[in-house]
Design a protein around this ligand. Sequence first.
Ligand code: ADP
Length: 634
Amino acid sequence: MRVRDWLRPPRQMLAVFLGVALVSAGALGWLGWLLLKQDAALESQRRRDLVEQAADRAAATMQLAVVELQSALNSPVSGKTTFAPGVSRISIAQDDMTVRPDGSLPYYAVVRTHPDRLPIFAEGEQAEFARNDLTGAVRRYARLAADPDRDVRAGALARLARVHRKQHDIDAALRAYAHLAAIEQADVDSMPAGLVARAGRASLFEESGRQSDLRHEAAALQRDLQQGRWRLVKSQYEFYAGQASAWLGSPRAEDRDALTRAEAAEWLWQNRASLSATVRRAIALPSGPALIVGQSSSNGLDAVIAGPTFVVALCSRAVAADLRCGLSDLEGRALVGDRPQGRDTAVRAASASGLPWTLHVSVHAEAVAAPSPRRRLLVLAFAVVALVLAAGWYFILRAISRELRVSRLQSEFVAAVSHEFRSPLTSLSHIAELLATDRLASDDLRRKSYDVLVRDTDRLQQLVEGLLDFGRFDAGAAALRLEDVDVSALVRTTVADFQERVAAEGYSVELSGLNQTVLARADREAISRALWNLLDNAVKYSPECRTVWVALERQDDRVSIVVRDQGLGIPIHEQREIFDRFVRGAESTARRIRGTGIGLAMVRQIVRAHGGDVSVASEPGKGSTFTLALRVHA
Ligand code: ADP
């Protein structure tokens, strides 16, 4: 079939509709895409503005914090000076370093020790090591332990404890350490006396297997080291921190912030000669970022060091919770957070902001990924419009396909009706012509011709009546003449008339359930017509079994006329459709059984007009049972 032929009405309607639907769907999609794109661009611009403003505010907050640290340098340090947590003040002058608050660093870049007192112990050590005269050594050290110089006292006590240990006099050694601990700020061979006493006692406990005393002492040593109790250099701190954790059998417990500040102080010490008058530096150390703000002069250097806790807190305080703050040093190494890049990041370079770092402010990745409420609304609106359109298209398409089906059925109906008329008419005109020209030779032939004339005229009459009845009932024009009808009697009479008509073809109808009187408000002629149709079908579609069964069944307020045959049966998918106008079963068309497809439609029309219904139960090859249910009139 050519496309042009296919596109003739009514299919033209379908093609037009599909075209309109496609164009409108395309237009809607395109419009939606444009709107969403525009919205995304707007959203991105809004985010950029937001981060730019936030970056300006954050830079101002940080500048203020740095200035505050700097101004702290101008106030002299006294016993009452309070320091912000995580901040140490360092002064470097004449190759010495002072740290405030005391103990805020675990170790120092440099420690000035008292002059060596070694020669004074020479006699005692001679006795102790050269002559192995431990008693003599004890005597000499004990004398020095009462010296007015505290460093001499400390040195003597440490040596005394050592000799007592050699003598296995643990109590005496512990006593010596206890005295040593009491003068803890003294030096024992460049080591704080307090540290020597703690470490000495711990190793003594270890030696003598006093585990709980050892743990107790090692814990105290660890705590003292953490709190910066003694002025130590890094190597000393590292050694004793390692010792304490080995004695405790646990990893080193350290204050990361203080360690970073100690590292920063060391950096300051090493670079003190090359620093400019105003120091503002942020350095990325292995243990974290540190901020150094200070002043350098020929007299020395005064600086404040803030550790990672301070820097990280400043970064997160400077921006709102829904934004991300990142800092990187002048070499581009990350100080806080990673270095976010992309369109939604605002950068303030150190050179422009006067800050010791480059500031990055960005939107959280999840916030960028999450659609804005407006975009969500837009998508929802489009979804609703698309849904409404799709629903509309669905219903229009359904209506069109129904129309197409009806028009197909109608043309099939016209073909079927023409065929039904043509065969009796052809035989009528042929016989009439034979009779008119007197070409039928014998009386027998003439009688047979009259029989055919009667049968075909009867068939034509039935056909016309059927069509007229269908026309009347289908238009709803046929006014029912309702009266009290005894359904048993009505069935009996109709079946008797029908039996008479089909007896010649060898068909018989078996009745049951008719020995009861059931009254219904009904149009006698219409119900009889409906039953006749069912009986006619039962006979038409039972080419082999020549018996039809009719039963009357009563349930509560309903009475059913049941017509059963053992004919061709109806496939399940056709059972609902056969009650529609012009619908004929595939089997009946294939077997060329006469019919027009309006019988059952009319039956349903009649029964429904009575407030009842008609149904079918059937199995192909086994037969069909049609049930015509009516309301009983009490
Ligand atoms: P027609 O019989 O003129 O085709 P109907 O409306 O009476 O039209 O029936 C519709 C279709 O239902 C028939 O074409 C046939 O396929 C099927 N049908 C109706 N009654 C029976 C029956 N008793 N046995 C098998 N098929 C039936």
